[in-house]
Ligand binder design. Structure first.
Ligand SMILES: NC(=O)C1=CN([C@@H]2O[C@H](COP(=O)(O)OP(=O)(O)OC[C@H]3O[C@@H](n4cnc5c(N)ncnc54)[C@H](O)[C@@H]3O)[C@@H](O)[C@H]2O)C=CC1
Ligand SMILES: Nc1nc(O)c(N)c(N[C@@H]2O[C@H](COP(=O)(O)O)[C@@H](O)[C@H]2O)n1
Length: 221
């Protein structure tokens, strides 16, 4: 599987403010770039923290891109994947609507009534790991459902876990010309953080977009 991570951060590295509400850090051109990356993917993934904060649809905005996918025999929207070890996805979350397939990555401790409720809403539940979704195992399972190109949009907890497990192939970051600040505001990569063996990145491209820049990195194995 090929895993691309993308996010928009402030000049001081924040994904949002300490209120954890969605903030428009990038502009129309960057949202269009993200829409293109969604259209080139088999699935778009976020952590449940992002579902709770933003309630995103994770679908493709552009009618032309959806039509292109249909012409290629693909579903008009990529599948949606939510990492939700502790079962916090609300039953009325937009990702559970019928505009695309949805997968929930839970731990083996997920209660069966939650699994049944999500399956009633046509979500596919993948249980791996004792107390936290085992992302590598879950990705193997996603591959068996035909998901080869996975596009991860955040947030900071899930991005850290993916780096920690060596699962990231590509990273693109929009850096906006704004300062958000706040020791409790989420950053691009949160979790416990690294103290050694920091993942190294190869900077491949820098491009001005909107009033910021997009940094495009390869992540060597
Ligand atoms: N500016 C941007 O591009 C974006 C900003 N955001 C912002 O980020 C914030 C949400 O980020 P976070 O709170 O970090 O939440 P997150 O979206 O990274 O979700 C973290 C949650 O995922 C679940 N999870 C399941 N399996 C996991 C695993 N193996 N490893 C880690 N987590 C696992 C846990 O319940 C954990 O609490 C919001 O403020 C949102 O607005 C989110 C996406 C993009
Ligand atoms: N690329 C980008 N730029 C920003 O400024 C942002 N705040 C975000 N946030 C993420 O965008 C997604 C919105 O999803 P929908 O359009 O509702 O499907 C979601 O993942 C946000 O967290 N992204």
């Amino acid at each position: 599987m090929h895993v691309r991570v993308n996010a928009a951060i402030s000049a001081d590295g924040k994904l949002s403010s300490r209120r954890r509400e969605q903030i428009a850090i990038s502009g129309d051109d960057d949202f269009d770039r993200v829409d293109r990356l969604r259209a080139e993917s088999d699935a778009v993934m976020v952590g449940v923290g992002t579902i709770l904060a933003d309630d995103p649809s994770l679908t493709i905005d552009s009618a032309d891109r959806r039509e292109n996918r249909r012409e290629k025999g693909l579903a008009e929207n990529p599948a949606r994947v939510v990492a939700d070890s502790h079962i916090r996805t609300p039953p009325n979350a937009t990702v559970l609507d019928d505009s695309a397939e949805t997968y929930l990555l839970v731990s083996e401790a997920a209660p069966s009534d939650f699994v049944a409720q999500m399956e009633e809403q046509d979500a596919t539940v993948i249980a791996t790991g004792e107390n936290r979704a085992d992302l590598a195992g879950a990705f193997d399972e996603l591959q068996s459902h035909g998901i080869e190109r996975l596009f991860v949009e955040g947030g900071g907890e899930i991005i850290f876990s993916l780096f920690e497990e060596g699962l990231v192939d590509r990273l693109s970051v929009f850096v906006g010309s704004v300062v958000i600040g706040g020791r409790d505001a989420p950053t691009l990569s949160d979790g416990d953080g690294f103290v050694e063996d920091f993942p190294q990145l190869d900077l491949e491209r820098v491009e001005r977009v909107d009033s910021g820049v997009v940094l495009e990195y390869d992540v060597p194995a």
